[in-house]
Design a protein around this ligand. Structure first.
Ligand code: SF4
Length: 66
């Protein structure tokens, strides 16, 4: 299992900018709750899920199974 940044550097820069502007909360969601603080609950659960492979909701990160 590995978690990597998206290979699209322009997109990574944009999401990171959004995260910074929102004080570390997910730029792809409206609510500023603990569940949406990066790394958000949804992606933490996807990381823990052995069958999951793919991007987080914002596509900042990509998780591989092996
Ligand atoms: S892991 Fe991805 S979807 Fe979750 S808060 Fe961070 S950027 Fe947003």
């Amino acid at each position: 299992m590995a978690v990597k940044l998206n290979e699209d550097k322009a997109l990574v820069a944009k999401i990171k900018e959004g995260l910074k502007a929102r004080g570390g909360y997910c730029p792809c969601r409206i609510a500023k709750t603990e569940d949406y603080k990066c790394i958000c609950k949804e992606f933490r659960e996807q990381i823990a899920d052995e069958s999951f492979e793919g991007y987080c909701h914002c596509m900042l990160y990509y998780k591989t199974k092996d």
